[in-house]
Design a protein around this ligand. Structure first.
Ligand SMILES: Nc1nc2c(ncn2[C@@H]2O[C@H](COP(=O)(O)OP(=O)(O)OP(=O)(O)O)[C@@H](O)[C@H]2O)c(=O)[nH]1
Ligand SMILES: [Mg+2]
Length: 451
């Protein structure tokens, strides 16, 4: 559903990535385009304004991360700000210390309350809770029956009430008693919807709130209604006090702006999103995942994360100097390999690399994790002197090293051969270092010896 926004942002970033340097001018231009893209996605204008302001400040003030190119840096800032806008932490349901935890489900007519109540009950049951449902929608004919059918579907008990229970408060109180009686730990209360927010509805909800002391009051908002969903969430919050939001129909073709603004406007977290009509179409809301999906570059972003986490900047720079110099020892060779290993399975890492220039061929390179372990073990079994000068490693030293590392002399020979090749390759790179550096961007990833 974020397709359009995603496309636009990607185009903006792509243009930026081509720029060698971030200047006030190209930044201004990019920000203007981002602003338009967000507004077109129906994000609330105040939220957009604040967002752009934040990104601008960060981009201008940010200490330059040498591991990232200017374009990547902007992507990172925008991503971080998007996450902030969506809520920094995934927001979980809160549970009462004294069961049953009561969850009141409120919202306008047709927003998806009843469906979401059943979906949530199913999710809770799957996570080893003992939920129970009740509908207090006495207004719409067959509303309670609708929940009864859904409850059967998801295999969660429902309090159906007796014939003389015709008031929401009575139904709710009895359901709660029943839940306590049968050892249910969560009571989900599906309420009636109205076309508009009116005093009568608010009165009823207030009474339910008072009687049940719910731990959560979840506002169900229909994403397809865009800014209306944001506005009604805000009003419900002001009048009733909500604790979280379920945004439904995110599988539709809404522009997504509601999802982006609802948190900033109401100050309440998005907890779940509905992504279909089926009982299993409810997902916990993870701000970081959604942000990455919007940017449509989850892969590149996680690569940025990994690089930031795994590579000690200084070490990487020193290493690069060494790689291009003459004193690339077996120790450096080992450290290189260890650095690479910190990035996790190499196959995955290579998949995430942009498929451009010299990196294109890396994707097909098969790197055996066991092989890396062997190489490290062999080098660890050498004496410091041997590591600094491989020329002294004669036959008897090779036998000793093989024994010490639990490998064979053949393995040691292979490693020394690889190392010699890597050295040779490094040297031949020296001449083209400038060109290569440019091609690799400023990521300063350690190069892979032996490839
Ligand atoms: N595609 C899609 N449809 C949904 C989603 N959630 C709910 N619906 C559909 O929206 C319609 C209304 O859902 P209900 O759960 O009955 O809505 P409600 O808020 O309980 O409605 P009232 O009780 O009349 O106020 C139904 O047809 C649902 O199948 C969703 O996440 N995606
Ligand atoms: Mg309903």
């Amino acid at each position: 559903m974020f397709d359009n926004l995603s496309d636009k942002l990607q185009r903006i970033f792509k243009n930026l990535r081509g720029e060698g340097k971030l200047t006030a001018a190209n930044m201004e231009e990019a920000l203007r385009e981002i602003r338009v893209a967000l507004l077109e996605a129906d994000v609330h204008f105040r939220v957009v304004k604040q967002f752009i302001e934040q990104v601008k400040q960060k981009a201008m003030g940010e200490e330059v991360l040498t591991a990232l190119s200017p374009g990547q840096q902007v992507v990172k800032i925008v991503r971080d700000e998007l996450i902030k806008m969506l809520g920094t932490h995934p927001s979980r349901l809160r549970f009462s210390n004294e069961p049953p935890t009561v969850i009141l489900i409120v919202g306008l007519q047709g927003s998806g309350k009843t469906t979401s109540a059943a979906k949530l009950a199913r999710l809770l049951a799957k996570e080893n809770n003992r939920p129970q449902l009740v509908s207090v929608d006495i207004y719409r004919p067959a509303a309670r029956q609708q929940l009864t059918i859904l409850a059967k579907n998801v295999g969660v008990p429902i309090y159906e009430g007796s014939a003389d229970e015709t008031k929401p408060l009575d139904l709710a109180r009895s359901a709660r008693r029943e839940a306590v009686h049968s050892g249910r730990d969560v009571l989900l209360v599906d309420t009636a919807g109205r076309q508009h927010i009116d005093d009568q509805l608010m009165q009823e909800l207030h009474e339910l709130k008072e009687a049940l002391a719910p731990t959560e009051i979840l506002f169900v908002a229909d994403a397809m209604t865009g800014q209306d969903a944001v506005r009604s969430a805000d009003e419900f919050h002001k009048r009733l006090g909500i604790t979280g939001i379920i945004l439904t129909k995110m599988d539709g073709d809404a522009r997504g702006g509601a999802a982006l603004s609802i948190r900033s406007v109401t100050g309440q977290p998005l907890k779940f999103v509905g992504v279909g009509e089926k009982p299993d179409a409810l997902e916990a809301f993870y701000p970081d995942r959604v942000a990455s999906r919007i940017l449509g570059m989850g892969d590149v972003l996680s690569l940025i994360d990994k690089v930031e986490q795994a590579i000690d900047q200084k070490t990487a720079e020193k290493m690069q100097e060494k790689l291009l110099g003459d004193d690339f020892t077996l120790e450096d060779f080992r450290d290189q390999i260890k650095q690479l290993r910190k990035l996790g399975p190499l196959g995955g890492l290579l998949e995430m690399m942009p498929q451009i220039g010299p990196l294109k061929d890396l994707k097909n390179a098969k790197i055996d994790e066991n092989e890396i372990g062997r190489v490290v073990a062999i080098i660890d079994s050498m004496t410091p002197k041997e590591r600094r000068n491989h020329m002294i490693i004669n036959g008897s030293r090779r036998r000793r090293i093989a024994k010490g590392s639990g490998t064979s002399v053949q393995d040691v020979n292979n490693l020394l051969k690889q190392y010699a090749q890597a050295r040779k390759m490094m040297k031949s790179f020296t001449g083209q270092a400038g060109l290569l550096g440019k091609k690799l961007g400023k990521m300063k990833l350690p190069m892979i010896p032996g490839l």
